[in-house]
Design a protein around this ligand. Structure first.
Ligand code: ZN
Length: 337
């Protein structure tokens, strides 16, 4: 479940390759400018000469000489940009096009992993959970209302299942995305299996990933087995166990700290007193940190109360926007087509 050292190193190599490619582009562009713009080349040579003088002045402790040089160098840099601009080049022509401006594609900011690094780790973990493949297939463009009946009515609402999805559920999901930067809310999708709950949660995950948020998708089974494993490994003895324990600890930090967590199919997992308590603490922590969580479940609120502790259920029912799904099993409909 957790990221292995090999995969961790593979991410580091991705950053190195990215930086090398960017530096190569800049080297080629400099060579090109030296070739086609004599004025640029001359200024570059002046800059190199003055920089050398500055270095020597510093070595000799010549403060007066240094002052004039700094100004001259700044003027030469401005002149260089002016030459570029006059020749029709963009002013940032010699600035690398970083994928991530925050860490300049190093993966680290002040010695800590950058958000893009954390997302790469999550993306690798999710690849194991097949999220990446799912969001290719399951996104808002491919969400079809045809599977929801235009004839059958949603109990007590006086609108068809299709109208309900179109006018209430989909707009609420879109609002959730619109508000995400300001306020990360929580969603609970309930309803029988096969009504599109997982599909719609993939739609939301995909949109958030596109915007660079950290997203993690776990089935309830995976989540609870991880919570159980963490309990077990607190007593880790051997080196191998310790490494595993460290990886799991790191992974647990993503579960607690990612901006958007999907827990799919709650109610199908094996649980015990420990995992149920750990589940509550996870929900609680995420609420306190104002991070977004989406839970999908086939259980109705009454069944939820029976299966989880009172405080977990009241947390969910009190703090989550509840979206019941109605209709008939889409997988069965597809099989009939
Ligand atoms: Zn970054």
């Amino acid at each position: 479940m957790a990221l292995s050292n090999t995969e961790y190193n593979a991410i580091l190599r991705e950053y190195e390759a990215l930086q090398a490619a960017e530096q190569q582009v800049i080297r080629e562009r400099k060579a090109e400018l030296n070739r086609v713009l004599p004025a640029y080349r001359e200024t570059e040579q002046k800059i190199a000469a003055r920089a050398m003088e500055r270095y020597l002045s510093r070595m000799q402790g010549d403060e007066n000489g240094l002052n004039g040089l700094e100004e001259e160098l700044a003027a030469l840099e401005t002149e260089k940009l002016e030459i570029l601009r006059r020749a029709g080049y963009p002013v940032d022509y010699l600035r690398p096009a970083y994928r991530c401006e925050t860490c300049r594609d190093t993966g680290f900011v002040d010695g800590k992993k950058c958000r893009c690094f954390r997302q790469k780790i999550i993306a690798r973990l999710c690849r194991q959970g097949r999220l990446a493949a799912s969001i290719e297939r399951e996104n808002f463009d491919r969400f079809s209302l045809d599977y929801y009946s235009a004839a059958r009515e949603v109990p007590k609402l006086g609108m068809s299942e299709r109208a309900y999805m179109e006018q209430l559920v989909l707009p609420q999901c879109r609002r959730y995305l619109e508000n995400f930067d300001r306020e990360k809310g929580n969603l609970l999708f309930t309803g029988k299996p096969g009504l599109g709950k997982t599909f719609l949660s993939h739609c939301i995950a995909g949109e958030l990933l596109k915007r660079g948020h950290t997203v993690l998708y776990l089935s309830a089974e995976e989540l609870f087995s991880l919570l159980a494993a963490t309990q077990w490994r607190q007593r880790a003895e051997s080196d191998e166990e310790k490494i595993k324990a460290r990886e799991e600890k790191e992974f647990r930090e993503y579960i607690y700290g990612c901006e958007f967590l999907i827990i799919d199919d709650l109610g199908t997992e094996f649980s015990n007193a420990f995992t149920t308590a750990a589940f509550f603490s996870l929900l609680n922590e995420r609420l306190l940190s104002r991070l977004g969580t989406l839970i999908s479940t086939n259980l109705d609120p009454k069944q939820l109360k029976a299966q989880y502790t009172e405080r977990s259920t009241s947390r969910i029912l009190g703090e989550y926007d509840i979206l019941p799904f109605y209709g008939s099993d889409i997988r069965a409909q597809k099989r009939r087509q």
